[in-house]
Design a protein around this ligand. Sequence first.
Ligand SMILES: [Zn+2]
Length: 143
Amino acid sequence: MMHTSLDLPALTLLAQRSAAISQSCTCTPKSLAGWEGMPVSLKETQLREIATLVFADEEESTLDEYHPQDTYYWSVNAPIAPLYFPYNRCGIWECTRCGRCFLRYSEAGAYHLESRIRSLDPALIVDAPHADNGRVHRSSVAD
Ligand SMILES: [Zn+2]
């Protein structure tokens, strides 16, 4: 499968453009600073996918998370590190009314996929290298 993922400068530009939007919109009443389930108030048709951070097939992409400052998955200040989970599974979605951008992916639960969404905050984007370039570390199978 071919993946044309957004590079870091392009991602940062989109995030900066999004952060500069000040008009109120139906996509903003709930804070999406950290990961949330897709709010019922936000209609699926109000969002369109404009880019992706996916650079490899899901089974090839690492499940490592990047939290150098003691953040965790749900933290509102958790870094957005494109080579790391869950950003390596995310699409960039734009609100068709105001142009704000969001990260979205589907988290596999026990019985269903849960759609998760997070604001794309330029201040949280980090260019964090990964030992295996964001891929699953194959040789660990032999450990
Ligand atoms: Zn909006």
